[in-house]
Write a protein that binds this ligand. Structure first.
Ligand SMILES: Cc1cc2nc3c(=O)[nH]c(=O)nc-3n(C[C@H](O)[C@H](O)[C@H](O)COP(=O)(O)O)c2cc1C
Length: 207
């Protein structure tokens, strides 16, 4: 025992680490350590959940048995636009492309879409991945709210003809919603843009 140190009871000073500032520091460090540990332990699980979610979104648009690869792992990223495309293949031959795309002009901003297109340019289907449109008005673009989005399946750039690729209010063939035309107009326009992009880039996508 150090004969020069005095116990607190004997009127000595508390060691630095036991004083309020020191204790606070120790608790803060322990808290930060706990948080980092939790983050590290859950990160892999979150990534796995995101992968499973993406896989099921892609599977929803693809015809079962029409492909034998893992499209979520067969990714093309357009270097000039950053656009992400998942590719489905059967015995290495291209079958379909599933394109992430964004309609920038919804009523409340961007609408994220997944657009499935067969190798010959026909729509396999469309799903809305996320949006901020108004519940009860613009959110009818979601499949769980209405089947409006199913109306695109089987369409292509030729069907309907280019001048009818629009909502009915703009002279096209696609329904809008009562009192809410802005949202469906944005989605229709973006799907058409995506078909045009696919037509112009499919060779590069599947190279
Ligand atoms: C509070 C509020 C929320 C609205 N949300 C939407 C929406 O999510 N999507 C949409 O298309 N229109 C929405 N509208 C309506 C638009 O302002 C616009 O009037 C409508 O899209 C035009 O459609 P119409 O030409 O069929 O009337 C909203 C209006 C208000 C007042």
């Amino acid at each position: 025992m150090d004969i020069n140190s005095k116990s607190p009871a004997a009127g000595g000073r508390l060691p630095d680490w036991l004083r309020p500032g020191g204790l606070l520091g120790i608790f803060s460090l322990a808290f930060i350590f706990g948080l980092s540990l939790t983050f590290e332990l859950t990160r892999d699980r979150v990534t796995e959940q995101e992968r499973l979610r993406l896989r099921s979104q892609l599977q929803e648009l693809l015809v079962p048995g029409s492909y034998d690869n893992a499209p979520d792992e067969d990714v093309f990223t357009d270097s000039s636009t950053g656009r992400v495309v998942y590719r489905a293949r059967q015995q290495q031959q291209p079958v379909a492309a599933l394109l992430h795309t964004v309609a920038p002009d919804g009523y409340s901003g961007s609408i994220n879409l997944l657009v499935g297109i067969t190798i010959d340019g026909k729509l396999l289907g469309v799903r809305v991945l996320s949006h901020n449109e108004t519940p009860g008005l613009g959110d009818a673009i979601e499949l769980r709210r209405s089947d409006w989005v199913l109306g695109f399946t089987g369409r292509s750039l030729d069907s309907p003809p280019a001048d009818q690729w629009a909502v009915k209010k703009d002279g096209g063939v696609f329904d809008a919603f009562t009192g809410a035309t802005i949202t469906p107009r944005a989605v229709v326009n973006e799907i058409r843009n995506t078909l045009v992009y696919y037509q112009q880039n499919h060779q590069e996508i599947f190279r």
